[in-house]
Ligand binder design. Structure first.
Ligand code: NAP
Length: 247
């Protein structure tokens, strides 16, 4: 596991947006960030799941979270403008952005890959992080030390059979992070890096590997040290890198 011991209240006074905050790794990250003192904006598709995370954060006595329902498959430019305006009015700044939401699509050869599913996966996994980053950069630039964290995967580093649009979208994420990091290097206080979570016990992992024993993989809570490191100021000098949460 990535070796990092976060100081208490590492993220005090920071405002951090987490996509896909209702389930799996995003849920654990949202709660972990709140426990470290951040005000977390919970963005996701299923409002009920976001409300449950909101309640859990409240019960922990952590800073009150905010809920931002958005379906990344259908979201329009206008939705992203409105999202930015809401965050601007409420907080005036954004210190962290965790691009975590994604969908698996189908595990099938490219030769047979369904075109509608292709578009859905590319939109949620690759286009949405671009639209959102572009919309939120003005608020990130207002932070003294902002962090954008993308979520990659080992199938987005080396192409593997039957990973289809998911694999292609993760190659796109890796490229987007590197381009952005290069553009922002030395010109702003915004850094940009990738996390490869590695096999983690979530609904997505179970769907991708139905024959696997879920207990053979760590829980989302266990991989949080890297998620904390990249959001906190101890990683201020990191830019353009991909980190493995389980190394
Ligand atoms: P997960 O349990 O399936 O959770 C995915 C999250 O994304 C859910 O909160 C889901 O919300 C949200 N989401 C999906 N479609 C959305 C949409 N259209 N609009 C808004 N939100 C949407 O997945 P996970 O395993 O935690 O994965 C988190 C990240 O890690 C992903 O980027 C994944 O590719 C990456 N990753 C995971 C593993 C692993 O082993 N788990 C390995 C490598 C990389 P709803 O529940 O409301 O649909």
């Amino acid at each position: 596991m990535f070796n990092y011991s976060a100081p208490a209240q590492l993220l005090k006074d920071k405002t951090i947006l987490v996509t896909g905050a209702g389930d799996g790794i995003g849920r654990a990250a949202a709660i972990t960030y709140a426990q470290a003192g951040a005000t977390v904006i919970l963005l996701g598709k299923t409002v009920q799941k976001l409300e449950s995370v909101y309640d859990e954060i409240e019960a922990l006595g952590a800073p009150k979270a905010a809920i931002l329902p958005l379906n990344l498959e259908s979201a329009t430019e206008q939705n992203y403008i409105e999202m930015t305006n809401i965050i601007d009015a409420e907080f005036g700044v954004l210190d962290g952005l965790l691009h975590n939401a994604s969908i698996l699509g189908m595990r099938t050869p490219l030769e047979n890959y369904d075109l509608v599913t292709w578009e859905q996966v590319m939109r949620v996994n690759a286009s949405a992080p671009f639209y959102m980053t572009q919309a939120l950069l003005p608020l990130l630039h207002l932070s003294s030390c902002a962090s954008i964290v993308f979520t990659s995967s080992s199938v987005g580093v080396k192409g593997k059979a039957y990973w289809g649009a998911y694999g292609v979208s993760k190659f796109a994420i890796q490229g987007m992070m590197e381009i952005l990091a290069d553009e922002l290097e030395n010109t702003s206080n915004v850094r940009s890096n990738c996390i490869n979570p590695g096999a983690t016990r979530t609904a997505m992992r179970a769907a991708a590997y139905p024959g696997e024993q879920p207990e053979s993989n760590p829980t989302p809570e266990q991989i949080m040290p890297l998620y904390l490191y990249l959001m906190g100021e101890d990683s201020a000098a990191e830019n353009g890198r991909t980190f493995n949460a389980q190394d």
